[in-house]
Design a protein around this ligand. Structure first.
Ligand SMILES: O=P(O)(O)OC[C@H]1O[C@](O)(CO)[C@@H](O)[C@@H]1O
Length: 243
């Protein structure tokens, strides 16, 4: 694993932006695997600024998002569709028809999972997959215990994930109990992976990841199986790993 330690979140976001821009400049029709959550917000802001100043062009880019809450409509402000439109897609010149996110409102969710996995085969796999990490080591919405062989599936969200994500909702009761997520195997199909971790609350997870184990009780440890992972981590998230 290639590790880049940055002074702070701002520098982390700039580094992640540089990686994505390099990818898109080198291959204008790149497939980007994209993530939600707080961590990539700074990266998306940098991408927007880069696009406005002409440093990258997204007209031929495709994107595949990791996950979506079950039961939320695409126009629901808490949905990941809404998040991506608001924080990235509306700010750059990506073709909306080239952006893919699982449909959490599909009437047949099992079929939706199959359809999305098929899409990953047809459009992807991503040339570059951006990832965040949960405090319990989740990647995408793959909770501890998820098989490393999993493809896109429905996951029951853990109490800790629902609590952590309640900050985006009016109350914890509103946080969905399930999500559609790319599986660990689906994520590992990506050619390159860039994992972002910022802040002290991620320090334990980063320390465990860097022990190098591969253990299904800690989903992010599957990344230790992949040959092209870059971890971009700020000092507060990295400091435990140094001890
Ligand atoms: O970046 P955050 O908000 O800490 O979230 C970490 C992870 O949790 C999720 O938001 C899901 O709970 C992921 O999408 C993200 O990678």
């Amino acid at each position: 694993m290639n590790i880049i330690v940055t002074k702070d979140y701002k520098e982390l976001s700039k580094k992640a932006c540089e990686y994505i821009e390099e990818q898109v400049k080198g291959k204008p029709n790149s497939v980007l695997g994209l993530a939600t959550g707080s961590t990539p917000l700074g990266t998306y802001q940098e991408l927007e600024e880069g696009y406005r100043s002409g440093s990258a062009d997204y007209q031929d880019v495709y994107s595949l998002n990791l996950d979506e809450y079950v039961g939320l409509d695409k126009i629901d402000p808490q949905s990941y569709h809404f998040f991506m439109n608001k924080h990235l897609f509306h700010s750059i010149n990506i073709d909306p028809d080239h952006t893919y996110i699982p449909n959490g409102k599909a009437s047949d969710l099992a079929y939706e999972c199959e359809r999305y996995e098929q899409l990953i085969e047809e459009i992807g796999p991503p040339d570059l997959q951006l990832l965040g990490i949960g405090q319990n080591g989740h990647i995408g919405f793959n909770e501890p215990g998820t098989s490393f062989d999993s493809e896109t599936h429905i996951i029951d969200l853990s109490a800790s994930t629902r609590e952590a994500n309640a900050r985006f909702f009016n109350s914890i009761e509103e946080v969905p109990h399930q999500a559609v997520t790319m599986g660990i195997k689906s994520i590992l199909k990506s050619k390159k992976i860039v994992l972002l971790a910022s802040g002290e609350e991620k320090a334990e997870a980063i320390k465990r990841l860097l022990r190098g184990e591969q253990d299904e009780s800690f989903p992010a440890s599957a990344l230790n199986k992949h040959d092209h992972v870059t971890l971009i981590v700020d000092e507060p998230a990295y400091k435990q790993a140094k001890l």
